[in-house]
Ligand binder design. Structure first.
Ligand SMILES: NC(=O)c1ccc[n+]([C@@H]2O[C@H](COP(=O)([O-])OP(=O)(O)OC[C@H]3O[C@@H](n4cnc5c(N)ncnc54)[C@H](O)[C@@H]3O)[C@@H](O)[C@H]2O)c1
Length: 373
């Protein structure tokens, strides 16, 4: 059996949508050696994205990750497309536009009139059915998902998503291509949210529920998940980075695709922020304020005064999780963590045993109770 081959470097890659994802994917493809066309309906968006990517290449050269000649050559492989017709020669088109099925349908239907029948059509959709995207086309067998994660140049994983009509060799070529581009690629079927976005829904959804219920504020929830849970970013920081409009659209899409299963119910808080145009980092405001000089709120020490549920933490020599010691004394009653250890190291290493009921300690009258873990 012959090994699936990646798309030859001689083939041009087209990326449609020059937002957070499209720009990142264009960078990855150009780094790998392809000529890349970038198209966006927003005036100047593609040109601005290419300027940003070239700056990234030069930064990498300055850090010694690329030679100056490689950075220059990679930058020169990027081109602005002004209309779909410019993509006629592409061997692979990766769509990274708004997460909306009718809009994606229209784009792919127009695209099909322009590109050759050998061209693979891929969508970077986070959640929309690849089967449904392909269904509106004359050649659904060459349609697949090629789902990069944000930021695409840094995140290793790529999901190659097959719809019901996707030809296996198309999915195999995409998997080999993503691998040749330095990614770790996996095959997935076109189930709602595919693998990662399905599994990740509760991370956002439950955090939004706690926020809605007034259990804790964003900064506290983020700090807990980051510092104690070992996640690189808390749920609100992550939603701000992804874009609240994108994250909300994905949540709605997964919820609807599972026949309104209450586990995936979208949050009114997220809808309000999206309606207000508070989309996260890209608009300068989301759960947090990113305007110049804005201070990031500190984790609260108020939230859990009445909460009897406490966690027991035990220092361990084989840590898997860490808790920032600045948070520790206020947030937990920790009879088992030696005070000297808290004082002596920035990171207290701990192993979470099981939840247990700890009576709130007696507090001096002028002090507040600690917050929960
Ligand atoms: N943001 C994330 O973390 C993330 C991660 C993985 C996948 N995705 C998916 O990638 C896609 C794009 O997300 P994003 O975060 O880059 O969005 P974005 O809002 O940052 O960018 C989308 C871009 O598409 C352009 N656009 C919209 N309609 C267009 C059209 N018909 N033709 C050409 N350009 C058009 C917009 O002008 C915009 O520049 C979505 O399907 C999203 O679900 C997003």
């Amino acid at each position: 059996m012959t090994q699936p081959q990646p798309l030859p470097l001689i083939c041009t890659v087209a990326v449609i949508g020059a937002g957070a994802m499209g720009a990142g994917i264009a960078q990855v493809a150009a780094s790998a050696g392809h000529n890349v066309w970038l198209l966006d309906t927003r005036p100047d968006a593609a040109a601005q994205a290419i300027t940003g990517i070239r700056a990234q290449f030069h930064k990498m050269a300055a850090k010694g990750k690329l030679s100056a000649a490689q950075a220059q050559a990679a930058g020169e492989r990027l081109h602005v497309a002004h209309q779909l017709a410019d993509l006629a020669d592409a061997g692979l088109v990766i769509e990274a536009i708004v997460e909306n099925l009718p809009i994606k349908h229209t784009l792919f239907a127009d695209l099909e009139k322009v590109v050759s029948t050998h061209c693979i059509l891929a969508s970077n959709t986070s959640s929309i059915s690849i089967t449904a995207i392909g269904a509106a086309l004359r050649h659904p067998e060459r349609v697949a998902g090629l789902h990069f994660f944000n930021p695409a140049p840094l995140m290793a994983l790529v999901e190659v998503v097959s719809g019901l009509a996707t030809r296996p060799d198309v999915a195999d070529t995409l998997l080999a291509t993503a691998t040749a581009w330095g990614k770790t690629a996996v095959h997935a079927k076109s189930t709602p949210g595919f693998i990662v976005n399905r599994v990740a829904r509760p991370y956002y959804g439950e955090a939004l529920r706690v926020l809605h219920e007034g259990g804790a504020d964003c900064a506290t929830l983020d700090a807990v998940m980051r510092e104690a849970g070992g996640f690189r970013m808390g749920p609100f920081e992550l939603m701000d980075m992804i874009g609240l409009d994108v994250n909300y659209a994905v949540t709605c899409s997964v919820w609807q695709a599972y026949f309104n299963d209450p586990r995936y119910t979208p949050s009114l808080i997220q809808r309000e922020l999206t309606d207000a145009g508070f989309l996260g980092k890209k608009s300068g405001r989301g759960f947090y304020d990113y305007s110049a000089g804005a201070e990031k709120p500190a984790p609260s020490t108020e939230a859990a005064q009445a909460c009897p549920l406490k966690w027991q933490f035990v220092a361990t020599r084989t840590p898997r999780r860490r808790w920032h010691s600045d948070l520790l004394p206020q947030q937990c009653h920790l009879p088992t963590v030696p005070a000297a250890m808290v004082a002596s190291s920035k990171w207290v290493r701990w192993r979470c045993l099981s939840p247990m009921v700890v009576p709130p300690p007696a507090m001096p009258p002028n002090q507040k109770h600690p917050t929960p873990c």
